[in-house]
Structures are given as C-alpha cells and as structure tokens.
Design a protein around this ligand. Structure first.
Ligand code: ADP
Length: 273
C-alpha cells in the first residue's frame, strides 16, 4: 500500500513579512521563541479552533522556518511520519516522511492532535525530545541528528481525553507546555473582525453569544463553540447572509445533532439578537 495515501502533510514556508495574522493571548510568542532558541519541544494544549494552528504557522514564519503540519488520526503510524520504501518505476526507493524531512532540513514539525496517533508514534518522539535530538530510522539503519533549526511542536485537546487516549506523563514531561483557551471577549472580537471583515459591534455580539454557548459545555454540549466557528458566522454575515441564518449554520448546527438541545441553543440566540 502506498502509505503516503493516508497522510497529507501540509508544507509551508513563509517569511516574517507574510506571517499570518495572530493576536497573542498572553506571552505565548515569547515562550515559544525561547523554546526554539533553546531547542526545546513545545506542547500546545487547548480546545479545538482556539488558534493553536494559527499560532504555529505565525511562529514558523516569524522564525523563518519551514513548517510541516501533520493532522494526526487513529491510523497514523510511526512509518507515516518517518517514511517508507515505495515502489517507483519498478524500483524500491526510500521516501522520507514529514518528520524525517523536518529533522533533516531543520524545519518545524507540527503534530496536530498527537494523542490520536498510534502508540508507536510516541516512541519515535522520545529520542527527538531529549537533548540527543536524534531520529533513529530502523528501516534504513540511519540515526539522524536533527539539524539546528528543527523543532517539534505537538498539540492536543485535553477535552477529548479519555482513558484510552491520553498523553502519558513520560511523553508530556518532555515538552514545554502552553495552555490555550478561547481568547478573552475583547481579543476574540478583534480576531473575528480581522478575519471576517465584519464590523466590530456585530462581531462583539457574536462573541457574546459564543460565551453563552460555551457556558453550556459539559451540560448539553460536549465542546463549546470555537473561535473558528465564530469567524465562519461573521464571514457569512459579512458576505450578506442574514444573521439568524449564519448563526444557525455556523454556530448552532455544528454543535449538536439533538433537536432539543438545538432548540435550547436557539433560545439563547434569540435572547442576544
Ligand atoms: P486550532 O488549531 O486550535 O484548532 P486554529 O488555529 O485553526 O485552531 O484557529 C481557528 C481559527 O480561529 C483561525 O483560522 C483564525 O481565524 C482564528 N483564530 C483563533 N485565535 C486567533 C488568534 N489569536 N489570532 C488570529 N486568529 C485566531
């Protein structure tokens, strides 16, 4: 099987000038930059859609490093990250996976939702996250020393955690960790306005609604509404969609399939708009 089929890393190389917009919530930019300078791996913890990926993209551009992003899933194995032998034109050739490429090139490798990946992935990360910074490639017998600019960044969402899918202490204690959450209302309004082009007043109202919806997490909702969804709603409104329709499509339907819960959420919407 062509293993490259089930992994689709996105590769990006941006300079500081075209770093995507990122509004800091705290001192995360300084902490990340210090970790990079000291060759320490970083773990980003936080709910989905709160800005973790945007932050890494921004930092990679600021630091002038290429970025390999891998969205981890439960079928993702160490070989998907490291590489494998593939048949090409009748010949068997070794093809580096995204982690190996990043190690060789001195790039940033971002493993999004790392707990989703198979267990053998964490084993590979261990020698890369201590001061040896090596990647053993069993298949080729190589032991790669990471190039100076290499940095490993991983994210996970503690909210999805269950007994089977948790990051073992022996793994998590190898990373400098940054906790992310949805930005405070004033900041989130600025993010939503910047991303969507909608006027700040209407963005502030959507952010207020998001706050109310997030308060339902754990009762009726598994996850609160993400900043990403608030940006979607604002974008649809900025494009001319009615506010009610946009909120239903972007901030209510994605949260639940249960009709009673949906009605409850729509009551909250009616109280604000
Ligand atoms: P995560 O990786 O945490 O799931 P993303 O980084 O993809 O989330 O964030 C989703 C969207 O939210 C981004 O595409 C961006 O539009 C917006 N966003 C969230 N936080 C910020 C921020 N601090 N600065 C700029 N954009 C943000």
């Amino acid at each position: 099987m062509d293993g490259s089929m089930n992994i689709n890393p996105s590769e990006q190389e941006l300079g500081a000038a075209d770093a995507p917009f990122y509004l800091p919530q705290d001192d995360e930019i300084d902490v990340f930059a210090a970790a990079y300078t000291n060759r320490l791996p970083v773990l980003l913890k936080g709910p989905t859609g709160c800005g973790k990926t945007r932050f890494v993209t921004h930092m990679a551009a600021q630091l002038g490093r290429p970025l390999y992003t891998v969205a981890c899933h439960d079928d993702l194995s160490a070989a998907d990250l490291i590489g494998r032998y593939l048949l090409k034109g009748g010949e068997t050739v070794w093809v580096d996976g995204p982690l190996t490429r990043a190690v060789r090139e001195g790039a940033i490798c971002y493993l999004d939702e790392v707990v989703e990946a198979r267990k053998d992935v964490t084993v590979v990360l261990h020698p890369l996250t201590d001061d040896r910074r090596i990647l053993p490639i069993d298949r080729t017998g190589e032991e790669l020393e990471a190039a100076p600019g290499f940095m490993l960044v991983a994210s996970y969402n503690p909210g999805y955690q269950n007994i089977l899918k948790t990051l073992k202490p022996s793994t998590r204690q190898r990373f400098v960790s940054l906790e992310f959450d949805f930005p405070a209302p004033g900041l989130e309004t600025r993010v939503v306005a910047q991303e969507s082009g909608l006027d700040p007043d209407r963005c502030a109202a959507l952010v207020r609604l998001a706050g109310k919806l997030r308060a339902l997490k754990g009762q009726d909702l598994e996850e609160g509404v993400s900043t990403r969804l608030v940006v979607y709603a604002a974008t649809l409104i900025a494009q001319g969609m009615s506010t009610d329709r946009a909120i239903l499509a972007a901030m209510v339907e994605p949260l639940t399939d249960d009709e009673d819960t949906k009605r409850g959420l729509l009551d909250l919407v009616a109280a604000i708009f």
